[in-house]
Design a protein around this ligand. Structure first.
Ligand code: WQD
Length: 337
């Protein structure tokens, strides 16, 4: 299929582009590079053996988006583009609502005008609010921050569009905690600022960019007191997107919701020690206070995706750490060299 990947130069988007090309799809990227760098395009060409066309503009620009759909006969869209930092969303709610909802309005309008009926949407476990442990897709959705609300609202917008336009087919993919990098070590997660997330922060401590890891609380109701999360290797996540895209071709359901996770929980200290094994030495850390808004445990019930997509995670936490370390040690400053 000819697929438009919005945010395709980003962390999850770039890994999904590789998987789409490997599966024989024809890919076009649109990205405003607000949280990605053009250098990734050269890495993608080296990995896939093909130059991936990339249009650099903001999807909230209705005219440019309409022009792109008029020029290219897309058969499907995978929509990653959006702001995604929980803390930042609390400080800048209007930026988050305007960008995340505005880009989706623009995309859906262009899709409808050009009869593009398949959309795979990058949603998040954050739509389960504080109720993330063992979450199944039928659980009610709510949020505890503006970022999470933009995901809840985008899912609702797509449900309502599906009622008005029954020919549409939506896959709402709720990710848990994406980590890892392509096994080649040539593409990976490259936060533009101080990493909010655990794995890239540990990787930057290991490569000497950060002094030590701060563990946000060890007094949670979990086996070792630190936060438990369902980490999923970005390569498994990319495979889940291709499986969902291809499932839209055969499903009669207009809206399809799938959790993409392993179903297993890993604590902060367990992940840190697994990373130390990958690096071959201890890494400095200190236990500090809890981070506001964190939940104790979050892990998926992935049974629906396992059954309906014939997909499951294959990579272990050790793979996630080894692949992250290969990417970070080969690219100490990320794509900046
Ligand atoms: C994981 C664990 C922290 C950093 C977030 C978003 C979620 C999704 C994934 C977009 C927690 C602890 C972290 C650090 C730490 N993003 N931690 N020290 O919060 O589960 O999920 O990213 O969809 O929406 O909420 O991921 O990696 O930030 O935290 O101790 O320096 O690591 O307390 O227990 P989180 P995370």
């Amino acid at each position: 299929m000819k697929v438009l990947v919005s945010g395709g130069a980003g962390y999850i988007g770039s890994h999904t582009v590789v998987r789409l090309v490997e599966a024989g799809h024809d890919v076009v990227i649109v990205d405003n590079f607000s949280n990605a760098v053009p250098a990734v395009l050269g890495r993608l060409e080296a990995l896939t053996g093909t130059a991936i066309p990339c249009h650099a503009f903001d999807l909230t620009d209705h005219d440019k988006t309409a022009h792109l759909f008029a020029a290219e006969a897309f058969e499907a869209v995978i929509h990653f583009a959006g702001y995604k930092a929980v803390g930042e969303s609390v400080a800048k709610p209007l930026d988050y609502y305007e960008n995340n909802l505005g880009s989706t309005f623009s995309l859906l309008r262009a899709m409808q005008r050009h009869d593009v009926t398949k959309l795979v949407f990058s949603s998040s476990a954050t739509v389960y609010g504080t109720d993330q442990a063992g979450a199944t897709e039928d659980r009610r959705t709510f949020a505890t921050n503006p970022y999470g609300w933009t995901k809840v609202m985008q899912e609702q917008i797509m449900r309502d569009v599906a009622v008005a336009s029954p020919e549409m087919r939506f896959a709402l993919l709720r990710y848990f905690n994406p980590v890892g990098a392509h096994p080649s070590g040539t593409i990976g997660e490259d936060p533009s600022d101080v990493p909010n997330n655990l794995m890239p922060y540990i990787a930057q401590v290991a490569v000497g960019r950060r002094e030590k890891l701060q563990v946000f609380g060890d007094d949670y109701d979990t086996p070792d007191g630190t936060g438990v999360r369902d980490y999923i290797h970005v390569a498994d996540l990319a495979a889940g997107h291709v499986a969902a895209l291809e499932a839209l071709d055969r499903t009669q359901d207009a809206v399809n919701v799938w959790n993409l996770g392993s179903g297993r929980g890993t604590s902060v200290l367990e992940l840190l020690h697994a990373f130390e094994k990958a690096v071959g030495r201890d890494l400095p850390y200190e236990i500090v206070g809890r981070r506001p808004g964190d939940v104790a445990s979050s892990y998926a019930d992935p049974a629906k995706a396992n059954a309906e997509l014939h997909w499951r995670t294959e990579k272990s936490v050790e793979d996630m750490c080894a692949d992250t370390w290969r990417w970070q040690s080969q690219n100490p400053q990320g794509y900046a060299g």
